[in-house]
Design a protein around this ligand. Sequence first.
Ligand code: FMN
Length: 494
Amino acid sequence: MNTRDAATNRTFPFSWAPQYGTLTLRDWLAHLAKTGRVATIDKPVALEHELAAIAKRLDGAQAAFFTKPGRHVVPVVSGFMSKRAWIAEAMGIEESDLLAHFRSAAEKPVASKLLDRADAACQQVVHTNGIDLHALLPIPTHSEHDNGPYITAGLVIARNPRTGVQNVSINRIQVHGPDRMAILLLPRHLYAFQKAAEEAGDALDVAVAIGVDPLTMLASQAITPIDHDELEIAGALHGAPLPVAKCVTNDVHVPAFAEIVIEGRILPNVREPEGPFGEFPKYYSAKEAREVIEVTAVTHRSDPIFHTIVPAEMEHLLLGAIPREATLLAHLQRSHPGVKDVHLSVGGVCRYHLWVQFDKKREGEAKNVVLCAFGAHYDIKQVVVVDTDVDVHDPAEIEWAIATRFQADRDLVVIEGAQGSPLDPSTTVGQPEDAPPHLQGVSAKMGLDATRPAVYPAHVFTRVHIPGQDTVDLDALVAADNHAFDAYLSRHHD
Ligand SMILES: Cc1cc2nc3c(=O)[nH]c(=O)nc-3n(C[C@H](O)[C@H](O)[C@H](O)COP(=O)(O)O)c2cc1C
């Protein structure tokens, strides 16, 4: 049953909204289960590959809930936010409002609310001695050539050593010892914090929160300037302050209703091998020396649920896509108010290929939009700009626009040697295997202006349309059965 929250005037499909103000993973799973979107796997399932194989098959159709993963009593869940429509549903909005809603949350963060330890569900059970992550948690090995078990759905939370402000990101974490993990830090905020701590000879305190609701997951992926705590964006998405708890062994604040929290320190000047690991572009990243987390505590609910994301499947791809699209749309509209909508295509792994819907008024403008998009995020490798009559969420429409409005000698933009995604395997061609980080990820960019001329002869560029095609009432016109058709055939069969 829907409920309306008077404070935010939003409609939620759950009973939790007025009562708690913030959605938990359990609330969301209960809602999915009630609507037939949870597949319970009650048979024993191996943590190595089998669990991920099942979750991958179900991704986008149902969340997978494993009650007997490996030898563990802690269940594993995967794929509970693998559709845009589900994410919109968790927000209590229409799917078409996703980007605007995320953007306004990012612009109006809501400060978190610190709970007493006694009220923090994530600290109902505390382990600080003799920690063995493999014994405590059902951590799966996902893809064929992965170098062992990985935590793929942990929110990594740390404070800027210079300002004390928190940051949240998701990072792949290889568990390679009972209380030791290697983490991939691409050059963004957590990386900057670690470098600052390391330069001062210090470890960086961190917490890895596993098992949070879809809105907090999504907020972790907001593209913000440094010193914006993404938990406050989560608060804005929830329409209420996010309840947080202080960690047991450091000063990091974590979502109080997380299922599991791993506390630790990224050690200065320590690197250990991590990878290979099957990543979002659907290829493996190589084994490399990475930063190391030494675990200081594991806390969890009395009956925790472990969340794993199957790499490169829809849950992973959409988590990156929606916050990026919201940021890219805002960035493009700042300089080009004619930009109406954007879409990161699934075929472009929701990172590399951007489709832009644009109300073009003058020749050349679409190329400016292309250049603006390349500057907005280094991952963007290909941009297609289309007119407002083209649906940017439909791959067939984009291909049609390219087929009928684009000429390569006139409408193509190619930029050589720019920075791209280091995880795109085509950027490694011609590079030595051990290329240092500053030489990795060099990529060409391609832009396609698939718009019509600003002024065009109607008989050439008018799209074929049949009056009534969108409005005819088929329910009223089409017969419920084929009696009339059968009768016609029997009368006229010879
Ligand atoms: C499932 C998943 C796994 C990710 N793994 C990594 C990773 O291993 N390393 C990394 O730097 N970013 C990774 N990311 C992307 C970051 O979490 C994301 O860019 C985040 O916004 C960075 O935050 P920051 O800009 O505040 O540092 C991952 C994202 C998702 C959704």
